[in-house]
Design a protein around this ligand. Structure first.
Ligand SMILES: Nc1ncnc2c1ncn2[C@@H]1O[C@H](COP(=O)(O)OP(=O)(O)O)[C@@H](O)[C@H]1O
Ligand SMILES: [Mg+2]
Length: 263
């Protein structure tokens, strides 16, 4: 059976879809076969992040309505034969599908994958509930900003009502320079506050936005390295966390930090 992991957050725009796509790719580098499932029916953009929006012929609703077989809706990543995407429909009508219908679709194809990563809408409405019921594990994404951290805390307490085997946190868009200067809440403080296993830290990296224009996952840079460590934490239980402050320590680091501040 595959590991079904929902990627969720309290606040929107913290990087769930970005993490899902890049973590999925990083897991395939460790040998896993991965399915990325878009269940963010409202603001779905997994297809854009993966650069497959022009390749969608069928989506999960077509499968549910019996217009095609599940395998026909799967889109293979053109650069990675271990990575597939199950897109969602673009018309927003949340009442059209329920948990059981999606569960049935997943059960049909799960045997093909080691991981099913589920993209979830932000907040705690019906879409969130459905995505969390489908999953057996959860990753809560937050940024190092107070509003996102508070919302992550709320989501973590809501998640305790679901029967999940494990819940972890990823802190995205970390700025090591600001953490050292005390202008951003540091990782240890966030982690202590959320009181949940820290699976990883992903630095704020312009490469991610640049890559969005090209479509597809990132292939190099700091965020890429950090996503690799998150994949190891998920897949192998590794406890190595990306140190976003390292390059800003010491003499050269201090200069880098001051230069960054001056920009
Ligand atoms: N680590 C990062 N560094 C820089 N930009 C990021 C990072 N993670 C996400 N982003 C950007 O933040 C925006 C929101 O990310 P997205 O994954 O769509 O969030 P969500 O799915 O939670 O709404 C996007 O423009 C994305 O490119
Ligand atoms: Mg998203």
């Amino acid at each position: 059976m595959s590991r079904r992991i929902v990627i969720t957050s309290g606040k929107g725009g913290v990087g769930k879809t970005t993490l899902l796509a890049n973590l999925g790719s990083a897991l395939t580098s460790l040998g896993a076969r991965v399915l990325l499932i878009d269940l963010d029916f409202g603001l779905n953009n997994l297809d854009v992040v993966m650069g497959v929006e022009n390749k969608i012929i069928y989506d999960i609703l077509d499968v549910i309505m019996g217009k095609c077989r599940t395998k026909q809706a799967l889109i293979p990543d053109e650069n990675n034969d271990k990575l597939y995407i199950l897109p969602t429909f673009h018309t927003f009508n949340i009442d059209q599908v329920d948990y059981e219908q999606i569960d049935k679709v997943l059960r049909e194809i799960e045997y093909m994958f080691d991981y099913c990563l589920i993209d979830c809408p932000a907040g705690m409405d019906a879409g969130f509930n459905r995505a969390c019921r489908l999953a057996r594990e959860a990753i809560v994404v937050t940024t190092p900003h107070i509003s996102a951290i508070r919302d992550a805390d709320k989501i973590l307490s809501v998640l305790s009502n679901y029967r999940l085997d494990s819940v972890g946190v990823v802190i995205n868009r970390a700025r090591g320079d600001l953490m050292i200067s005390g202008d951003m809440i540091d990782i240890a403080t966030i982690s202590d506050f959320l009181h949940t296993r820290l699976l990883g830290v992903v630095p704020d990296d312009d490469q991610i936005n640049r890559n969005l224009l090209l479509g597809g996952v990132i292939k190099q840079g700091e965020a890429y390295d950090a996503m690799g460590l998150v994949a190891r934490a998920v897949d192998q239980g590794s406890e190595v966390i990306y140190d976003c402050t390292r390059k800003y320590k010491g003499l050269i680091g201090t200069i880098k930090r001051k230069l960054k501040r001056a920009v």
